[in-house]
Design a protein around this ligand. Structure first.
Ligand code: ZN
Length: 305
């Protein structure tokens, strides 16, 4: 597999005006951030416990419209020790929620020269549909290897047997779609699942760790090689979470715990000075975290090209 940035004339996605992938290295580990697209969601989702006026002011300060936030949707491919690991899989086919700008991960992987049959492992940060739906697109499972390993926290599998949506604040239609997708995923991939309790080293320097919070089995992936470190934080960190880590995201099933996890991870990232990539941070999402008292600052990575 080549993690290169060259164009593939005539290949899928060749006519896209905005680049959909960004490659970097963490020591000996190859990392490729690939965009699944953009989710347009109501602005209230970014902090349903926040004063609406303060929330509107934040969106204005970010030069965003007052009522909608365009969430990036990033997945990552990691290559280490001869293994090719897909971390999260995008939303897949639109589940009837009018999200036409997302669901592009699979053709974009192909455009990047990554054949689905070369993927040895999938790590899922959690089972929300924007993280596992790509694996449910017609024909995808057939193109994956029969010995594919899917790593997912055991707590996540258990949660979706009887999921609690009492603390979330989602647009209509989302809870049902999330339940349906998670259930379908667990049915279709049951024989590939490699559940872990708290932590698992998927490949040399590639460690998935359960954090809980967003969902009970929500996990992050830490990469470490040589002196370099990078964390893929899944849905533990959102754009607004640097300035307002205590704002409850509408998709958090345990918002208080999600906020505690967010603060703990942001402090760790700031202290270690390591790179951060997260699902819904503006593509390509590679950044650093600075801290000033109780407030964090997002420092976008300088593009290396
Ligand atoms: Zn998400």
């Amino acid at each position: 597999m080549s993690l290169d940035n060259t164009s593939h004339p005539g290949g899928p996605g060749h006519d896209e005006l905005v680049p959909s992938r960004y490659a970097l290295r963490v020591g000996e580990i190859d990392v490729l951030v690939v965009s699944d697209g953009v989710l347009s969601l109501p602005g209230a989702m970014l902090g349903h416990n926040a004063d609406p006026a303060v929330r509107a002011a934040w969106l204005k300060d970010m030069f965003q419209p007052p009522d909608v936030l365009e969430w990036a949707l990033n997945a990552v491919v990691v290559r280490s020790g001869g293994r090719t690991i897909l971390i999260d899989a995008g939303i897949g086919a639109d589940p009837g929620l009018n999200l036409p700008r997302a669901g592009r991960l699979i053709p974009r992987l192909e455009a990047a020269g990554i054949d689905l049959s070369s993927v040895t492992d999938v790590v899922l940060t959690h089972l929300h549909m924007d993280h596992c739906g790509g694996l449910l697109i017609d024909g995808v499972k057939e193109r994956l290897r029969p010995d594919l390993r899917v790593h997912l926290a055991a707590a996540e599998t258990k949660f979706w047997e009887s999921p609690d949506f009492s603390r979330v604040s989602m647009p209509p239609g989302f809870p049902d779609a999330l339940r349906r997708t998670a259930k379908r995923f667990l049915n279709e991939y049951s024989s590939q699942l490699r559940p872990f309790e708290q932590e698992y080293e998927v490949a040399p320097g590639v460690v998935v760790t359960r954090t809980g919070g967003h969902t009970p089995g929500h996990s992050v992936v830490r990469l470490a090689s040589g002196g370099d470190r990078l964390m893929f934080a899944g849905d533990a960190v959102f754009q607004v979470g640097f300035e307002h880590p205590d704002w409850y995201n509408g998709f958090e099933h345990d918002p208080e715990e999600a906020a505690r996890v967010r603060v703990r991870l942001l402090r760790e990232l700031a202290a270690n000075r390591e790179s951060l990539v997260a699902t819904h941070l503006s593509f390509p999402s590679v950044c650093h975290v600075a801290v000033d008292g109780d407030v964090f600052r997002w420092v976008p990575g300088f593009w290396d090209y």
